[in-house]
Design a protein. Sequence first.
Length: 650
Amino acid sequence: MAFLDLSPMLGASGSVRLPGSKSISNRVLLLAALAEGRTEIRDLLSSDDVERMLEALQALGVRWERKGETLDYVVDGVGGPFPVKTGDLFLGNAGTAFRPLTAALALSGGEYRLSGVPRMHERPIGDLVEALRQLGADIDCTANEGFPPLHIRPAAIRPGGVVKVRGDVSSQFLTALLMALPLTGVQTTVEVIGELISKPYIAITLELMARFGVKVERQDWASFVVPGGARYRSPGTVFVEGDASSASYFLAAGAIGGGPVRVEGVGRGSIQGDVRFAEALEQLGARIGMGENWIEAAAPASGTLKAFDLDLNHIPDAAMTLAVAALFADGPCRLRNIASWRVKETDRIAAMAIELRKVGAEVEEGADYLRVTPPVRLLPAAIDTYDDHRMAMCFSLVSLGGCRVRINDPKCVNKTFPGYFDAFATVAQPVPVIAIDGPSASGKGTVAERVAAALGWQVLDSGSLYRIVALAAMRAGVALDDEAGVAAVAAALPARFETGRVLLGDDDVTTDIRSEACSSGASRVAVLPAVREALLGRQRDYRSAPGLVADGRDMGSVVFPDAGLKIFLTASVEARAGRRYKQLIEKGLPANMQSLLDDLRERDARDAARPVAPLMKLPDAALLDTTELDVEGAVAFVLDLVRDRGLAAG
Ligand SMILES: Nc1ncnc2c1ncn2[C@@H]1O[C@H](COP(=O)(O)OP(=O)(O)O)[C@@H](O)[C@H]1O
Ligand SMILES: Nc1ccn([C@H]2C[C@H](O)[C@@H](COP(=O)(O)OP(=O)(O)O)O2)c(=O)n1
């Protein structure tokens, strides 16, 4: 399974230009297709769901063209029902394509089959089919009644009068019906049964229909009159606003990670209901700024988000972002009136509960609510995303808690936001790492410790972990070439570092691990891939604010490939043997110059030749040869580079 590892972040600030709104993109495409005249659409969203709509329109005889490599399209409207009267349409998991096309095709007088991915076939559409049947449409649910796939046949449509549709499962049924009804040319009233959910999405529908010349008369949110003789007419050019739901991740990043983070493409003038996510964030204490076409969020003055109890029916999609923001609140939070989550790309209430628990939260799941109690400390976890773009985007925010997080199947964001993780990387600042790799006795440990002390950062002596593993394996009687056996020792290693001391269980092994037996043992267990894998997460957990200096052989290549500074520290083998000799004698340990030289040569060869994580100078590492350089000189070299790259704050 493909995954993306996000590093622990220090914070977030900056600015992001949002991709186009999915809701607006797919509505505008359909309206432009049904309208008379040519419509120019600017800044259309480029994503899977929009692709599905474009393919379907083409198959139905609508001519459209993309202007070069831009996000601007031209659609030649067909001025009524679709001209192609038969078709077999695959619509993936795009609800914003499936529902409106179902309604428009049911009233188009042709024979069509509509299907999608397996999850699409689990998402209800019965209420819409029922409403269309009241108009005389002939629609078959070919697998299970109430669910796609669908088979539509030509039928005598009886428009006019009153059509009833349920509004409490998905507001897309009402949207679909309203957008299709002008095809009949007859005045028809739609009455909503049950409390209409997600009203702001209906507001988008009405606003866009009006721009295409059809004004629907609304009485409360209960009944809607589509006028007779109404026809869609192209308004000429339509600009697609930035996606307000996508904005929520960046605004939350600003509120959690210090900020300010600004999103451009939505603002005060937006017709999307999800801009009200900013108000919800404000209730959590975030500081919000807003202009005509931008919104900005920063952390509360107190630094911590306030616990909340909110009815989120009006912003069902952006509300998912609040479930993850709850991890950063100062107490238990409740998200209410979110039952529609259960019929989205996945059962989002269930999925959210499972994944929030993985990072340490206590979660209570109800039919239409979630209660999230934030953990004292976030736990690193691999997050499953359920083919749901919003799950993937939401959980990227965990990294802002200074906690690494793995996102499984990160490409699912392509549904609405293919460049999401790149955009996230432009506002989130990873905890900085200096990776110092090089051969034995080149001075890595000494330099790493001094640099860390100068910066006030954490330090990781990764070699000592391999040494402790070798010692623990020898003590447990596990042969050093028994890969599974040593890996098991490594995975459960009860090792701790305490001010200058190394402890294995309750034993102080500070001196023991420096013995020649442990040095050569470490070098032997370090060639075993399963051992390296077992120590990977443990090493990455040393990365915490304000920064980390890590030394070893593969700090820059494997453990922290995104390190802001990589150093390859080396010296001639004679110089290194001389240093090691002096070091051992000073510690009162036995030492022999010739055997140290032989041993270093042998270990250099083994470290460089092993197939996993071999020792080498990476192309992006700075070379530091200390054969003729003292410790102070080496430390100054590294600190100069830190300054040049602006790696340390202040
Ligand atoms: N640039 C240097 N010049 C001289 N001696 C050094 C230098 N860097 C380190 N040393 C000494 O060499 C010895 C080995 O260094 P150490 O940090 O343990 O190496 P490593 O971690 O690379 O095995 C230490 O006693 C250290 O003081
Ligand atoms: N990141 C690391 C660190 C050390 N190792 C191996 C290499 C060495 O043989 C042992 C011990 O490492 P350490 O840095 O303590 O060894 P030296 O003091 O340099 O001899 O572990 C590794 O493979 N990967």
